[in-house]
Every structure is written in structure tokens, then in C-alpha cells.
Design a protein around this ligand. Structure first.
Ligand code: NZQ
Ligand code: ZN
Length: 386
């Protein structure tokens, strides 16, 4: 196991009614917030009303920024920065999913930093970050408990990951009942995203972080079991609660402790979202089994065997490659059963931009991945996914 530093500063309040603690948590840091949300789902599932009640009850002044898109755009960040500065707001409160939380984090970073927001995003340079709070309404990204954010710029066809240690939310409210209203498609996409975060951390050459890898297998089993239940029974609390806790744990850093994790499939997917504005989890569901097939070889097969045997209970007496191939088929089957597409063609993507996308998705760090990837390899994975 490699050395690591572990510190997660987010206070989580998990469960029904826990929003009652939001006002007092914010008050410890600020008397005013920018209240950020998306296209209006929060007004139907109770999260908005519960949040506003808390703000009023605790005398917290607030200004609203609504309409943050899935794959949040830099224009929303600019608007949020303007509102914070004009109204002298002291914190940012996200009510929604990863898109709203990411937008809120970057607003919080740009308010106190000189410079054009898109440049700051690209450089990940933030001098001072306002405290970020979060009321989570969809289980997917783990943004509620990590330092990252992903922002899109449609003008330049870029989707860029950024972040800062102070962007980790100070406090997140995780009430699974707010996710009862999440559609089947978004539930499936969110579950695929949680699984992908776990695969990125688990399918690595370094197999010495045994404890973390067993935790990863538990998260994968949780997604496989409860993803389908949540799709078929949207108001099943146990399913929604387990997915929500899996979401936070899959990307709060724990699964990366003691190993190098370059998140290559994510970067390959982000280009699909940047060029075609598709749902992140849908892109991951299409790419992941193809990436698995592409990187399966003599060097990596043993890890696929562990995955197949421990997560899918595949018969150990089969040959290593039989187990690995079956595990990949089962991964594809799992996404199919959740109603997710299997090909880029199904979401209207052809090979027009593969060269540009492979160029942007490439990172020299991929030489350290499970199986090193060049730009040509990335292009082949896009092509296999057609
Ligand atoms: O906009 P509203 O009306 O709220 O509707 C949203 C949106 O249409 C809807 N939704 C959310 N909660 C709901 C709900 N609908 C009904 N009931 C509810 N309770 O779901 C749609 C998708 O929302 P979004 O926030 O985009 O989903 P998600 O949480 O999957 O976030 C995706 C974004 O996060 C980035 C992705 O790239 C993408 O931009 N990621 C962020 C990461 C991070 N910060 O750590 C890591 C991830 O890998 C990912 O890249
Ligand atoms: Zn993701």
C-alpha cells in the first residue's frame, strides 16, 4: 500500500428529517447564502420547501440561482459569482444533484478569486473558497463529499474537471426520500456512475490495498442489488438509502487510499458529454464494458477474476479468461437490465469527433493505468462503443 493522508471534513446528516440540522450548520459559518438549484425537481420533491423553511427559521438571508443544467455550464457559474458579489453573500448552498453541487463549488471558489471563471476552472486556481453546503437529491457523483467539480463550456466543447480542498462541502444533508422522485433513467445513470467510480479505483494494477478493494466489492454488490430495486420500486427507502451511502463512499477518496487512480474512463466519457451533452452515467455505461474488454490481457486478468468471483459469484473452476469475459458480460447485462443504452449509436453519437475527443481525453498519467492507454487506444475504445 502506498502512503496516504486521510481527512474528510464533510459533516453528513443522513436520513429522514435530518434537514432540521441544516440551519444551525450554516449559521456556524454565515448569515447569508446563495441558494443554487436546477430545473425545478427540488420544488416537487420537498427539498426546496424544507430548505427555505430552514433558512427562514434561522434568519439566514438568501438569494436564488436556479436553472443550473445537467453538465453545468460556465455561464451559470458566472451568474452565481455576480449574485454573490452584488449581494455580499457568505456561503453557497446547493440543493440538487452533482451538477448543482459542482456549479456551487466553483461559484464558491471564483467569488473570492480575481480572474475570469473559465480560466480559473481550467487552472484549478482559487485563492479563497466560500463555505459550501449541500442538500443532495440524487445518488450518483459523490460530489456531496469530495473536492471535485466538473464544468462545461459549450463554446469550446470542453468539459473540465477542477477542484480545491476547500470545495469539499462543510455539511451535506442526505435524505434518501428526496430521491424517491428520481426517474428510472436517472436512477440507472446514477447507479452506473457509482459503479464506474468504484471500477476506476478497483481495477488497478496495484492490488496491495486489500481492505479498500473489499470495500469496493461491497459497493459494487450494493449497486447491483439495489439499483434494480430502486428502478422498480422508486419509493423503496432501503434501496434509496443504500444507493445514497454508496454514492458518497464511492468517490469521497476512501477507495483511492493507498493506490494510484487516474480515472481514465471518466476522462474518456467527459468528452462525450462535452461534445454531445449526454448524461454522464449513460456515457459511462456505454464505455465501461468496452474499456474492460480492451484492457483485458495476461497482466490484468487476475483482477477481473477477483471481480468475477467476488462480485458476481462466478464459478472459480472456469479458466481465468472465461471468468473475466463472463464478468464483463455480466457488467453489460447489469447496465442493460437497468435500461441503459449499450452503444453510442443509441444516443446519436457517430465517429465524427473521435480524433478530437481522443486528443482531449488523453492524459500522460494513463501510462500508470490498469493497462496504459495512448490516444490511439482511446480512439479504439470509442470505435468499439459505436
Ligand atoms: O435540474 P433538476 O430539475 O433538478 O433535474 C435533475 C436533472 O435533470 C434531475 N434530478 C435530480 N434530483 C432529482 C431529479 N429529478 C427528480 N427528482 C430528484 N430528486 O436529475 C437530472 C440529473 O441531475 P445531475 O445533477 O446532472 O445528476 P448527477 O448527480 O448525476 O450529476 C452529473 C454531473 O456531475 C458530474 C458529471 O460529469 C455531471 O456533470 N460529476 C461530478 C463529479 C464530482 N463532482 O465529483 C464526479 C462525477 O464523476 C461526475 O463527473
Ligand atoms: Zn462519475
Amino acid at each position: 500500500m502506498q502512503n496516504f493522508d486521510y481527512s474528510i471534513r464533510t459533516t453528513l446528516h443522513f436520513g429522514k428529517g435530518q434537514i432540521e440540522k441544516l440551519g444551525q450548520e450554516i449559521k456556524k459559518h454565515s448569515d447569508s447564502v446563495l441558494l443554487v438549484y436546477g430545473g425545478g425537481s427540488v420544488k416537487k420533491n420537498g427539498a426546496y420547501d424544507d430548505t427555505v423553511n430552514q433558512l427562514k427559521e434561522h434568519g439566514i438571508r438568501f438569494v436564488e440561482l436556479s436553472g443550473v443544467d445537467p453538465n453545468p455550464k460556465i455561464s451559470s457559474v458566472r451568474e452565481g459569482v455576480r449574485l454573490c458579489r452584488e449581494n455580499k453573500l457568505g456561503a453557497v448552498l446547493a440543493v440538487g444533484g452533482g451538477s448543482v453541487i459542482d456549479c456551487s463549488k466553483v461559484i464558491a471558489g471564483c467569488v473570492g478569486t480575481d480572474g475570469e471563471p473559465w480560466n480559473l476552472v481550467k487552472q484549478a486556481h482559487y485563492d479563497k473558497v466560500l463555505p459550501v453546503f449541500c442538500v443532495l437529491t440524487i445518488s450518483a457523483t459523490g460530489s456531496e463529499m469530495n473536492l471535485g467539480a466538473v464544468i462545461s463550456n459549450p463554446e469550446t466543447k470542453q468539459k473540465v474537471g477542477t477542484g480545491h480542498p476547500d470545495m469539499v462541502p462543510v455539511c451535506s444533508i442526505l435524505n434518501p426520500t428526496y430521491t424517491f422522485s428520481v426517474s428510472k433513467k436517472q436512477t440507472a445513470a446514477g447507479t452506473a456512475d457509482i459503479m464506474s467510480h468504484t471500477f476506476e479505483s478497483y481495477l488497478t494494477v496495484d492490488q496491495s490495498a486489500y481492505m479498500v478493494d473489499k470495500f469496493a466489492e461491497g459497493i459494487l454488490k450494493t449497486c447491483i442489488k439495489y439499483g434494480m430495486i430502486a428502478i422498480n420500486e422508486p419509493q423503496n427507502y432501503e434501496a434509496r438509502a443504500n444507493l445514497m451511502w454508496a454514492s458518497s463512499n464511492a468517490l469521497n477518496g476512501t477507495l483511492c487510499m493507498g493506490k494510484a487512480v487516474p480515472f481514465s474512463v471518466h476522462e474518456i466519457e467527459h468528452q462525450l458529454s462535452a461534445y454531445y451533452d449526454i448524461t454522464h452515467g449513460v456515457g459511462l455505461a456505454i464505455l465501461t464494458p468496452n474499456w474492460m474488454k480492451y484492457v483485458l490481457n495476461d497482466k490484468t486478468v487476475s483482477r477481473f477474476v477477483e471481480y468475477g468471483v467476488n462480485v458476481w459469484d462466478i464459478d472459480k473452476s472456469l479458466s481465468p479468461f472465461e471468468i473475466a469475459e463472463l464478468a464483463i458480460q455480466k457488467t453489460r447485462g447489469c447496465f442493460n437490465n437497468m435500461g441503459l443504452p449499450a452503444t453510442l449509436g443509441e444516443v446519436g453519437i457517430d465517429d465524427q469527433y473521435f480524433d478530437e475527443m481522443a486528443e482531449k481525453a488523453y492524459n500522460p498519467g494513463y501510462q500508470y493505468t490498469f493497462q496504459p492507454l495512448t490516444k490511439a487506444d482511446i480512439k479504439k475504445i470509442y470505435r468499439m462503443s459505436l
